[in-house]
Design a protein around this ligand. Sequence first.
Ligand code: PSU
Ligand code: MN
Length: 309
Amino acid sequence: MGFSTKNTYFRFGPHVKEARARHQPIVALETVVVAFGLPQPANLQVAHEMEEAVRAEGAVPATIGLLDGQVVIGLTPAELERFAGDEHVRKVSRRDLPIVLARRQIGATTVAATAWAAARVGIRVVATGGIGGVHRGAPFDVSNDLPTLATEPVVVVCSGAKAILDLQATREWLETYGVPILGWGTETLPAFYSASSGLPVDARVDSAEEIARIAGIHWALGGKGILVTVPPPAPVAVPLDRLEGVVREALEEAERRGIRGWAVTPFLLARVAERTGGESVQVNHALLVENARIAARIARALEALSQEP
Ligand code: PSU
Ligand code: MN
């Protein structure tokens, strides 16, 4: 027997099926942030608000997750709810895909697994909060989000990499693998909770149309991922040094408790949320919705560009 490449491993939600038939712009959204990145009940609320933000900009949201042995592209509201409160949900990065599919478990997709799935079905834009990256003090711990950006032709809209990471090393990694980093109305890389890390982006961009043009050329030249970084909304953003103490304490605690692998990021986010009395959750919430909105505008601009003669 051969291993068939005929794809029975994907299933489209009804709204995404319709959007594809009508050539409407689509934005892929991840589910790890719902299952592991935010506390209840904010998680489900944010997931809905992200979908609404995409719709308000004239695009269609495709929230992605694994159910019953398939990658679902466009979870229904009832399906999405399962990701917000089921203790059996697994965090799925690319290495976990075949395992969770074979076992027909419920799996929330990271940025890596979401971007990978999006690329398989021709969706070119993904929105998230902060991507994974190179961990501080553990340069061998590199999120699969980075190599996925190096191999999949997608625009990932985020507020930089999470502040718990080594941002300079993350930036260098992306440079090595040819991933352009664009700043939405900014010259410097945002730092998730904060407007700026002080590190430069590769180019400041001020419109979705310009991003679409850059992406179109990148792909025509054989390039793959592009990172669009959006500063967190000003009213909720916190100064860079404000949360640094809390982040350091959380990192030390993770080390002391021997937290490793996939569990590191959810642990750190939860600790920072606790120690800031929910302030970090408020910023995370606002930036996720904003990033979804901008991703929708980029998806629309890409769709318009693809229709040019
Ligand atoms: N953005 C957020 N919160 C999150 C994430 C992104 O605002 O929790 C998730 C994404 O799914 C991303 C993952 O892929 O964190 C990174 O995890 P790791 O460092 O284990 O690769
Ligand atoms: Mn890791």
